[in-house]
Design a protein around this ligand. Structure first.
Ligand SMILES: Nc1ncnc2c1ncn2[C@@H]1O[C@H](COP(=O)(O)OP(=O)(O)O)[C@@H](O)[C@H]1O
Ligand SMILES: [Mg+2]
Length: 368
């Protein structure tokens, strides 16, 4: 029987749940299936709202933890039903959970992903690995990004220098510069554009970036935004939409005297994503390399074209490396679940800043 692992990912965009089913019985990473599930509207609204609240009550966290786990359980049920797999054939689920808080810089740093892994494990009777970031934070790290270790495994075997950039809610970069890997969050990906689109009733996101392309970048706003401490900080660094959010946009706009049209703001927010990424590529001396993009940002045509136009690097997607750009992260968490079961630990010092070897994920056995 194959060693089947399922990876579940819902990124900071809270747009949907990505589910990847892998056969990891051999050394190869065999992707059997990838599919996507909607997050119910009311839950999505509560998730987005809670990520903007400064202090979340435990009661709300418990409620979200339960509801998100129910949705994740349903996603797995549907998947294994359609693929005709029995629950007992699945070695483990790797469930990232939905991040609602990521505060690695506090005196007492923490990160919070909802979607209770114990409930997933109990309801499905499938061992579940979750809370992937906790031990890294405990070891003094940022807890993010952790996908670079997977990028190295899946994209780095040929030992050729290359760069992987995931444009989700946040943008993270992995520089595969053998034997070293560097990875950090460069800044916002889609999160600011999504937020501004919602605020202006354009939709949950700016389809293909067409609204942004109808505006003109406002230079004073761009300069003000690019002065943000986050962009000036050196890696290791990580961030989330609890930082780059509605308040961040409003605070920056309020620093300027002139009124700026909503579409010009959108064009400027897109440019922030482009510029913070390109500056990071330059900082790492990678502008001569090929950049492979993944994450939902690849569907924003205007964003993609602007990155290609403004960067000296060659821009492709991970499809050119054989992996569907929409599912790199879900595939990663299935693979990480296997690493965890096999007690493989990682040194993420260069990436998250943590000290020593850390386990990524905690194992939740189904209760009897
Ligand atoms: N057709 C599209 N046009 C513009 N943006 C898109 C499109 N499709 C997806 N996106 C963007 O991708 C985001 C989801 O990307 P994803 O990689 O799933 O992010 P996360 O990991 O944060 O969930 C959406 O919120 C949206 O901003
Ligand atoms: Mg997503």
């Amino acid at each position: 029987m194959a060693d089947i692992y399922i990876g579940l990912m819902s990124g900071t965009s809270a747009d949907s749940i990505d589910c990847a089913t892998l056969d990891l019985s051999s050394k190869d990473i065999k992707v059997l299936d990838c599919r996507n599930f909607k997050i119910p509207k009311d839950l999505r609204k509560d998730v987005i709202q809670s990520s903007q609240i400064e202090k979340i009550e435990k009661k709300l966290v418990d409620n979200l933890n339960y509801r998100m786990a129910e949705v994740l359980v349903e996603a797995v049920k549907q998947t294994i039903d359609e693929l005709n797999i029995e629950a007992e054939d699945i070695k483990a689920i790797g469930s990232h959970g939905q991040t609602i808080k990521h505060e690695p810089m506090l005196e007492k740093p923490y990160t919070l992903q909802i979607g209770d892994p114990q409930k997933i494990s109990n309801d499905l009777k499938i061992r579940t690995v979750g809370n992937f970031r906790h031990d890294d934070i405990k070891a003094g790290g940022e807890g993010a990004p952790i996908t670079p270790v997977f990028h190295k495994r899946v994209f780095g075997e040929d030992k050729k220098k290359k760069v992987i950039v995931n444009i989700g809610g946040i943008t993270n970069i992995t520089a595969l510069d053998h034997p070293e890997i560097i990875g950090f969050d460069t800044g916002p990906g889609n999160c600011l554009m999504d937020c501004w689109s919602r605020e202006n009733n354009v939709g949950d996101y700016d389809d293909k970036g067409s609204w942004a392309s109808s505006g003109i970048v406002n230079q004073p706003l761009l300069e003000t935004m690019m002065k943000d401490d986050y962009f000036l900080r050196k890696y290791p660094k990580s961030t989330g939409p609890d930082y780059f959010n509605h308040k961040w946009i409003k605070d920056n706009i309020s620093k300027l005297a002139n009124k700026i049209s909503p579409e010009d703001v959108q064009a400027t927010l897109l440019q922030i994503t482009v510029l913070s990424l390109i500056e990071s590529i330059d900082l790492l001396n990678l502008s001569e390399e090929t950049i492979y993009l993944c994450g939902g940002g690849v569907h924003n045509e205007f964003l993609f074209n602007q990155i290609a136009k403004q960067s000296k690097a060659k821009i492709k997607t991970t499809l050119d490396l054989g992996i569907n750009p929409d599912y790199v992260e879900a595939i990663c968490f299935a693979w990480l679940a296997k690493q965890r079961l096999e007690n493989i630990n990682f040194n993420l010092n260069k990436i998250t800043g943590s000290k020593g070897e850390v386990y990524l994920g905690r194992i939740y056995e189904p209760s009897r």
